[in-house]
Design a protein around this ligand. Structure first.
Ligand SMILES: [Zn+2]
Length: 90
């Protein structure tokens, strides 16, 4: 049993299927309304990203620790709506 490097774990998780999560059900990181603890590794954080121009919330996110990709199924976070991602085409 060898230990795999952090980078190897990162790459493996990045290619895993996207995990659908409900932001409202995740553990909050400190007092932030947006940052949550990753449900996969329970070490990394999910930060919630925003569109660079409109600042709308983005549904796709990934863990800063293990790189698991997530997709938020909530209708909003803390009253803020998500950008509709139909324009991405994937
Ligand atoms: Zn993680």
């Amino acid at each position: 049993m060898g230990t795999i490097s952090t980078m190897a774990r990162w790459i493996r998780n990045y290619h895993r299927p996207v995990m659908k999560v409900k932001h409202a059900d995740l553990k909050r990181y400190s007092e932030s309304d947006f940052k949550t603890i990753c449900p996969m590794c329970e070490e990394g954080l999910l930060l919630v990203h925003r569109d660079q121009t409109t600042l709308e919330l983005l549904r796709h996110d990934h863990c800063t620790g293990c790189a698991q990709q997530v997709y938020y199924i909530d209708s909003n976070i803390n009253g803020e709506k998500f950008k509709e991602d139909s324009s991405h085409g994937r």
